[in-house]
Design a protein around this ligand. Sequence first.
Ligand SMILES: [Zn+2]
Ligand SMILES: [Zn+2]
Length: 345
Amino acid sequence: MSNHYIYDPDLEGFSKVESGEHSALKRGEVLISVKVVGICGSDINRLVHKIDKPAIGHEWVGKVLRSESDRFKSGDWVTSGAHVACLECPQCKNGIYSQCTQRKLLGGEGVATILAQETVLREEELIPLPTPRDEKEMRRMSLLEVAFIGDCAFSQAKRIGLQKEDKVLVFGAGPVGLFSALAFKERGFDVKIIEPRKERLGLAEEVDIDTVAFSRALIEGNHFNKYDVVVDCSGDSYGAGAISVLGKFAKIFGKVVIVGRYKKANLIEMDFFEKSLVAAWVSNHQHSEFLKSIEYWFSRLEKIPDSWQTAFPIEQINEAFEVAKTRSHLKCCLYLNKKEGVHDE
Ligand SMILES: [Zn+2]
Ligand SMILES: [Zn+2]
């Protein structure tokens, strides 16, 4: 028996729904046993801000149970991007799913959810993953999507002229900030991370990334005009992030990479006084780039400290979201099929 979990606004929590038997797969469809789902900051935002019918869950790994695709077979490990084809637009109707013009977030209305023990996705959405050696590796694999965002920040910095000797400062030590900093560090760059919360700075120190305490740096001004590249990972879709102070930390001819999102961010001329900055925005996430990123990070998953993840069995989904809301843990994740583990044949 397979279950899925839907958000009930009256309960302000998730309830379990029996999915019943999956009907016969259509050509190109794949039935997946979802293994681990990471809770994203954007999931939490949708709940906290009471978005109607929130689309929850898009960072995941799973294993193919049955397949009507030549590209995937039973036992393969897979993930996907956050958005999937709508199945309704003219391109989808013509079977050209990769050119869908109205891609939708997983878990939204009328879209497959991965908050399910079993889910069906089309082959075009799926990205192959190596087989994890053990449960720990399986859990860390759910971080590959965030690691990819970090890689996107790195490649945008390269696009606007990143140099080998550049000093890099990453704003925000949430999951995206930490992985962005790691993306630079792993490639040999001098990178620091700046963040107001002490616990978060501690998480950066666990992977030997130098840290800067945000308020002190603002008061003392001793980090101003020092960085060739500043990367803003502090935007959480609702506030203004650190965008108004980025300019102070960048060198005159510095580079700026914006990773986070802002609801309202005012750019005041004085904040960027006498600076000549080049900026790039991380937003477009290509499947092909995700594949390269997975290849890069899979062999490096061991470097991710256990403290970066807190795992819950799916039965504790509501507790997991409550803990995630406190944002005191870096990444909460859910085991959808805990009993089965990695090798369930
Ligand atoms: Zn996410
Ligand atoms: Zn479509």
